[in-house]
Design a protein around this ligand. Structure first.
Ligand code: GLP
Length: 241
């Protein structure tokens, strides 16, 4: 696992951009595992800027998102489907048919089975990740099996509170209680993993991820066993290392 410490969020996002572009430019039909949350927002802006300025093409790029809230429609402003279009896809030349976000509605067994099969058929060249303050990746909350595939999960109260603050105007009751998430095994299947974590509120999880024991109680710690995992943190998130 390679840990890169950058001064701040901007520098961390720029370092992540280089890694993403390296894949996209060298493999025009690459499969990208993408993430939501506040962390990748700047990276996505930089990808759009690069696309506009340097015409990096996404025509043949495929995308596979990590997760989706259960119970929000695609056009709900807090759904991850909406988030991805708003923050990234809208300004790229990516083909709509190559975009995949797990469905947050319908029969749970069908949805999870179909998404798992899709991931099996389309190995990701890179998986981008944020980090929950409790160490979750995707929506794989503490206690999730390392061998999990796409599944339905109940969100921890701490995750609901974190996400309420950042995205639901502090209204805890508006945050869905469940989600569909790519499993940890499927995250580990990506050829390369790129995790970005910034800010002091991530420092404890970053310490566990980098220096702690590999345990299902801190899902991100499994990345210590990935053959090509890059962790980009800013100084605040690295403060306990
Ligand atoms: C959410 C998402 C994760 C994300 C995490 C951190 O719960 N499901 O994929 O990494 O929160 O979010 P943020 O980047 O806003 O701190």
């Amino acid at each position: 696992m390679k840990v890169i410490v950058k001064k701040d969020y901007e520098e961390a996002s720029r370092a992540a951009l280089e890694i993403m572009l390296d894949i996209i430019k060298n493999k025009p039909d690459a499969a990208l595992g993408l993430a939501t949350g506040s962390t990748p927002v700047r990276l996505y802006e930089l990808m759009q800027e690069d696309h506009e300025k340097n015409h990096t093409s996404y025509k043949h790029i495929e995308s596979y998102n990590l997760d989706e809230y259960y119970g929000l429609s695609d056009d709900h402003p807090q759904s991850y489907y909406y988030f991805m279009w708003h923050h990234l896809f809208n300004k790229l030349d990516i083909d709509k048919k190559n975009i995949h976000v797990p469905s947050g509605k319908g029969d749970i067994n069908e949805v999870t089975k179909n998404y798992s099969q899709l991931l099996k058929d389309h190995p990701r060249d890179i998986q981008l990740l944020g980090l929950g303050s409790n160490g979750h990746i995707g929506f794989n909350e503490p206690g999730t099996s390392f061998t999990s595939t796409t599944h339905y999960i109940a969100l921890k109260q701490s995750t609901i509170e974190d996400n309420a603050k950042l995205f639901f105007n502090g209204d805890v009751s508006a945050v869905p209680t469940h989600a569909i998430t790519m499993g940890i095994q499927e995250i580990m299947d990506a050829h390369k993993v790129l995790l970005i974590a910034c800010g002091e509120r991530k420092a404890k999880a970053v310490k566990g991820l980098v220096e702690g024991e590999v345990t299902e109680e801190l899902p991100a710690s499994i990345l210590q066993r990935h053959k090509d995992a890059i962790i980009i943190v800013d100084e605040a998130a690295a403060s306990l290392l």
